[in-house]
Design a protein around this ligand. Structure first.
Ligand code: ZN
Length: 300
């Protein structure tokens, strides 16, 4: 009898330990970019696994999933997307494969920027919508209620945890916004000018009072090609306005940017554009990384 109780106790203990040590098996949350994935992680908490589809360094524009990722899309309970036309090809590949109710477009209902040169074109042409929502933390904050609602519907038992995590992260984003305003406040107003490799910082520029001279690639995507005339005009504008630097994607080595820098004498300042990096592994770190570099470059 004693032995039986002992064995029973041992069994219960090992069950208890295995429950505690093994995190819940839930690789079912997918996110398109590493930035979206980080925000989902903040809200979902450590007991849910979030996997990103677009590897750091790859262009987030026009991303197409690999055959292996198609399998992941099949298995996923929820697939979180930045939206605003960023993942057009990913969505096209996914809708033929997975239940579209699993797709969560985080930016539905936001007020999108549109390309100034493309007004009046078809509203179905996503290249006229600026997809770089994540450059403004205030817009990322708008993702949180959608995220909380969808996560809560999928995992009702964790609903209170999601709500609490979302509140904490919203406070982090409010503090981040305040920090950006303080940093930008140190740049003389006439120097708050951005020249970028493509039109990637529009929401950031609008929110924090920067003007944009233009971009080496005059498009919301980094896949288009500028003409020689576009580049010559941009070089003239930049020298008239005494623009000190060109902000380029650190994770992409573009011959175009190097050539422009040589021709114009402007310094290239690498930023993180579409994905997190080892030294900026969370969304708030990503923002701090970029804002510090922008502010330093424009004050010099
Ligand atoms: Zn971009």
């Amino acid at each position: 009898m004693k032995k039986k109780i002992y064995l029973y106790g041992l069994l219960m203990l090992s069950l208890l330990l295995s429950c505690r040590q093994e995190p819940r098996r839930s690789a079912e949350l997918l996110a398109s970019t590493s930035i979206v994935a980080d925000v989902v992680r903040q809200v979902a908490g450590p007991s849910h696994t979030v996997t990103e589809l677009i590897p750091p360094g790859a262009s987030v524009h026009q991303f197409e999933p690999t055959p292996h990722q198609i399998i992941l899309l099949h298995q996923a309970g929820l697939i979180f997307l930045n939206g605003a036309g960023l993942e057009t090809r990913l969505i096209k590949a996914a809708v033929s494969q997975v239940d579209s109710t699993h797709l969560v477009d985080l930016s539905t209902g936001l007020d999108f920027r549109t390309h100034p040169d493309l007004h009046g074109q078809s509203s179905h042409d996503h290249s006229r919508i600026d997809p770089h929502i994540w450059t403004d933390p205030n817009l990322v904050k708008e993702w949180l209620p959608v995220m909380t609602r969808r996560l809560s519907a999928a995992y009702p038992e964790d609903s209170l945890i999601f709500q609490q995590n979302a509140r904490i992260f919203a406070d982090t984003l409010t503090a981040l916004d305040q920090w950006i305003r303080e940093q930008v406040g140190q740049i003389p107003v006439q120097r708050r000018i951005l020249l970028t490799d493509h039109r990637s910082l529009g929401y950031f520029a609008d929110r924090y009072g920067f003007s944009q001279v233009g971009a080496l690639i005059p498009s919301f995507s980094d896949l288009a090609e500028p003409t020689a005339r576009d580049l010559a005009r941009l070089q003239d504008q930049a020298s008239q306005l005494k623009v000190p630097a060109v902000f380029v994607d650190r994770l992409q080595n573009k011959a175009l940017a190097r050539q422009f820098s040589t021709d114009s004498g402007l310094r290239l300042v690498p930023l993180l554009m579409g994905s997190l990096a080892v030294d900026a592994a969370t969304y708030p770190d990503f923002i701090r990384y970029n804002v510090s570099r922008i502010c330093t470059a424009l004050q010099e």
